[in-house]
Ligand binder design. Structure first.
Ligand code: UT7
Length: 331
């Protein structure tokens, strides 16, 4: 019997600046009606000029430290799910570790795109199970506006900036992460990627001229795979635990497209109250969507001790998965 991990605190940070569909209409060939009806998005947040992914992670981490009153020296590890680190290295996790003064924590980034938070949570749960770690800060966040091509209407309207974090600790109770299921299918890599700036196409004047430093997506293919992946992962995890959709208090899916969320919720037979949707205000923040959703759910008192919660994500890689949690005492 290994130690089970539970979420004992959660927080999130959204930048102040709001970018509305109406503003995007002025710069790219799109319109509010198309964006709302095809994606469910009305507005998204954009970082200030002096902000990057670490700032949003640091803010979330500081809120957790403040509300729990933990000594930062007790944090054993920091894992940051992100595809938009401040820079390639050092990791954003190292930047956060330094900023909050978590001198006893080892820290690293995890690249799994929109599944970054649930993959990081799974990794952290494994470290807790090893009984070598007592307190792990798991952050998910992205500054997607730093990799968006604002001349490409098919992608620039979809994403926003934001981050969230949780504190993961061991539990002896019935609460915590009950089960999880994670997948990768690298053959989907060419459907959603950022070709430039890495070792394949290091940044040069040419790569910038060719706009290789921006996110590229085959939206229709990703859409089909996302609906299938999220629903399959969620259904598998429920059925192998002898559960069905009606047992869930809340489903927090990755927020990429309201139509993907609705299709997944329908397959699981969920009612509106059982599904957290904030895409209208927040858009797709990649690794940020799930911790932001979780933090908003806690703030809105949508979760009580004993409730069953299901998280599910799908993203570049392709990566996808689901995490089943029995909610415990969480600040
Ligand atoms: O989080 C990572 C995972 N990402 C996802 O899960 C995203 C998955 N994909 C999607 O959410 C959807 O595929 C999109 C929202 C990206 C696109 O929606 P769609 O219903 O699949 O539209 P489409 O790509 O089939 O395009 C339909 C039409 C096209 O015009 P034509 O060829 O029919 O004349 C597009 O050029 O809509 C056009 N279009 C737009 N029109 C106005 C595409 N983007 C826009 C836009 N404004 N922003």
């Amino acid at each position: 019997m290994t130690k089970r991990a539970t979420i004992s605190a959660v927080a999130h940070y959204l930048p102040e600046r709001i970018l509305t569909n109406a503003e995007l209409e002025k710069t790219v060939d799109t319109n509010d009606e198309w964006i709302r009806s095809r994606t469910g998005i009305a507005e998204r947040r954009v970082v200030a000029e002096d902000e990057a992914t670490s700032h949003m992670g640091i803010n979330s981490a500081r809120q957790i430290i403040e509300k729990t009153g933990i000594d930062v020296a007790e944090i054993d590890a920091i894992i940051v799910g992100t595809v938009t680190p401040d820079m390639f290295f050092p990791s954003t996790a190292a930047l956060i570790q330094d900023a909050i003064g978590a001198t006893n924590a080892w820290a690293f980034d995890l690249n799994a795109a929109c599944s970054g938070f649930i993959f990081s949570l799974e990794t952290a749960a494994g470290l807790i199970a090893s009984e070598k770690h007592q307190k792990i800060l798991v952050v998910g966040g992205d500054t997607m506006t730093s990799v968006l091509d604002y001349e490409d209407r098919t992608t620039c309207i979809l994403f926003g900036d934001g981050a969230g974090a949780v504190l993961l600790e061991p539990t002896d109770g019935e609460d915590g992460i009950i089960d999880s299921i994670m997948f990768t299918d690298g053959s989907g890599g060419k459907r959603l990627f950022m070709p430039g700036g890495g070792s394949r196409h290091p940044a040069t004047r040419e790569t910038v001229d060719q706009r290789l430093h921006y996110l590229k997506q085959d939206g229709r293919e990703v859409y089909k795979s996302a609906v299938r992946g999220m629903a399959d992962a969620a259904e598998t995890i429920l059925s192998r635990n002898g559960l069905s959709g009606k047992d869930l208090k809340l489903f927090i899916p990755h927020q990429a497209n309201k139509r993907i969320i609705d299709a997944s919720a329908e397959k699981l037979g969920l009612s509106e109250e059982q599904v957290l949707i904030n895409i209208e205000r927040v858009a797709n923040t990649t690794a940020g969507t799930i911790p932001i959703g979780l933090s908003e759910a806690v703030a809105d008192e949508r979760l009580e001790e004993g409730d069953l919660l299901l998280l599910s994500a799908f993203g570049a890689g392709f990566t996808w998965g689901a995490t089943l949690i029995r909610w415990g005492q969480c600040q």
